[in-house]
Design a protein around this ligand. Structure first.
Ligand SMILES: [Zn+2]
Length: 306
């Protein structure tokens, strides 16, 4: 029994993702990530500053970065910038910092005895690759077909992101789904005649059509398009648990189905150029909750391509 055994179990939330999902798992027992319920925080409760390393944070506290920590012993609730954070039964948790996260962030653990431990994090800014173009149009003119199809596509993407699974890949060191030349980095942005376009929400790796894509970490498939989406093309989304998910775009083929558990390193599809892509490449985007994060910070330096 871990020291989280006394956590209230009533708030564990799981959404079944199709037949076979979580088969054989005793409900509420094998649940790995118990969602800690939000509680009202009494005003005036004294907060003690965390002793150095009280949250055992590992990772880079930077814009687009991901950090894994261990909640202090006796934690009954953990918040990050005021929002409850999922704490696993062994005390592990994951937080991440959006591409545009401000300089300050705060973790607060409420302990069994009602006292609270807080740690203020300073989020390092990144120097994003910004290019200024004087003339290019910001967006292509949307076609009637795009306007007809897009709402349904967005609904599928947003629905997938709302799913919670029993995936535990968030605890693993991440692999590159493909290796090769990085053609566009996360966070890159073009400014057209002074007007900023949307920044690049993932990392692009240029590889030929048909290159095998592997799962960077364990997870559960939350979206596998039956036909290519207008922008993302064939889109595969994998939940890694703890609010962390991956999206793989422009695939020529998807080899897994929604609800399937995938293992770190397992082939999941093939590189393509479907959707809005100027050439064959894999676009790998990652989100933690609503925060867009940089996959490179999880997968590390790109190894040499085979
Ligand atoms: Zn891309």
């Amino acid at each position: 029994m871990g020291f989280f055994a006394r956590l209230p179990a009533v708030t564990a939330v799981f959404v079944l993702l199709g037949s076979g999902h979580m088969a054989g798992a005793p409900a509420g027992n094998e649940a790995v990530a118990a969602m800690v319920a939000p509680e009202s925080v009494e005003a005036g409760e004294p907060i003690q500053a965390a002793p150095r390393g009280a949250f055992g944070l590992r990772g880079q506290i930077v814009q687009g970065g991901v950090v894994i920590g261990a909640a202090p012993r006796g934690t009954t609730m953990l918040t990050f910038n005021g929002d409850p954070v999922t704490v696993a039964r062994d005390g592990a948790f994951l937080i991440a910092f959006d591409r545009d996260a401000g300089p300050g962030a705060q973790l607060v653990a409420t302990l069994e005895n009602g006292s609270r431990i807080a740690e203020t994090l300073s989020v390092a800014p990144r120097a994003w690759n910004i290019s200024r173009l004087p003339t290019l149009p910001k967006y292509p003119v949307p076609t009637a077909e795009f306007q007809r199809l897009r709402p349904g596509e967005l609904a599928q993407i947003n629905g997938a992101r709302r799913m919670q699974t029993d995936a535990e890949g968030w605890r693993q060191p991440f692999l590159w789904p493909v290796t090769g030349r990085i053609s566009t980095r996360f966070g890159s942005q073009r400014i057209y005649a002074g007007e900023p376009g949307a920044y690049h929400s993932g990392v692009d790796v240029a590889r030929p059509v048909g290159t095998v894509v592997i799962a960077p970490a364990d997870g559960v498939v939350i979206l596998a398009t039956a036909k290519p989406f207008t922008l993302e093309g064939h889109l595969l989304m994998i939940d890694h648990g703890a609010g962390l998910n991956s999206a793989f775009m422009h695939l020529s083929r998807i080899d897994v189905t929604t609800g399937a558990h995938v293992r770190r390193g397992q082939p999941i599809g093939l590189v393509g150029a479907t959707g809005r892509a100027t050439g064959p490449h894999l676009h790998w985007g990652m989100k933690w909750r609503d925060a867009r994060i940089d996959p490179l910070l999880l997968a590390g330096p790109m190894p040499a391509a085979e």
